[in-house]
Design a protein around this ligand. Structure first.
Ligand code: DX5
Ligand code: ZN
Length: 217
């Protein structure tokens, strides 16, 4: 049986009203919020950092904040993000020389540990780190921008991880919507990010319902 959680990405929503956009998504049935942090170095785009997350936390006291840290030097922001109210901290394996130490730093801070993998990076780069991780994020687009096309080839990575690590949380992110969510869930992803497909839809509630119906028991 398939059962997964839906975490909308607010990247392509109205960022001048982040709290309003987030609350709307939660009211529509989001299980958690996927928050995309970009620093203009690790990816060629900029979004927001821990000061904004801290303000968002004031207005959204209970939702699970899943931080997708598309930043160089991810070790720099662990303490600040924890203080800001983050629940999970996903760094990119490509962004650090010392992933094991970083996993431990995140765990000690009290957040869940996520490790992200870009499309061109082998899934085997995290083989020795799974013990330290709560979640692995398989990118299904090149990180940096919302609204790109889903890369179905990445499902091989998801299946490999699911087969070898039945208890691991596996997240997919990029180009996921009603047409692509089923293959993600079938491959074994249980945390599903969807941005543009939801927030740019004519009827976001309808899209959220359809996503939820595909993966909820
Ligand atoms: C891409 C981000 C994703 C993305 C999701 O760099 O990490 O979270 O914005 O949005 P869609 O679903 O539009 O690809
Ligand atoms: Zn993301």
């Amino acid at each position: 049986p398939i059962s997964a959680m839906i975490g909308p990405s607010i990247l392509n929503s109205d960022l001048s009203d982040l709290a309003g956009s987030s609350q709307k998504l939660l009211d529509q049935g989001a299980d958690y919020l996927h928050l995309d942090v970009m620093d203009g170095h690790f990816v060629p785009n900029l979004t927001f950092g821990h000061p904004v997350v801290q303000c968002l936390r004031q207005k959204i006291p209970r939702a699970f904040f899943d931080m997708h840290m598309m930043v160089a030097e991810p070790e720099k922001w662990v303490g600040d993000m924890k203080k800001a109210g983050a629940d999970q901290y996903t760094f990119h394996i490509e962004a650090t020389q010392a992933p094991l130490e970083l996993c431990r730093q995140i765990k000690e801070s009290g957040m869940r540990v996520g490790i992200g993998i870009k499309p061109g990076t082998s899934v085997h780069t995290v083989d020795d780190l799974i013990e330290e991780a709560d979640m692995v994020l398989i990118m299904t687009v090149e990180p940096g921008f919302g609204g790109q096309s889903f890369m179905a080839e990445m499902m091989e990575k998801v299946s490999y991880l699911r087969t070898n690590h039945p208890g691991l949380d596996i997240e997919v992110d990029g180009g996921v919507g009603p047409k692509t969510i089923d293959q993600c869930a079938q491959a074994g992803a249980n945390m599903i990010v969807s941005g543009t497909a939801v927030v740019k839809a004519e009827n976001p509630q309808e899209v959220m319902n359809s996503l939820r119906k595909t993966v909820h028991q």
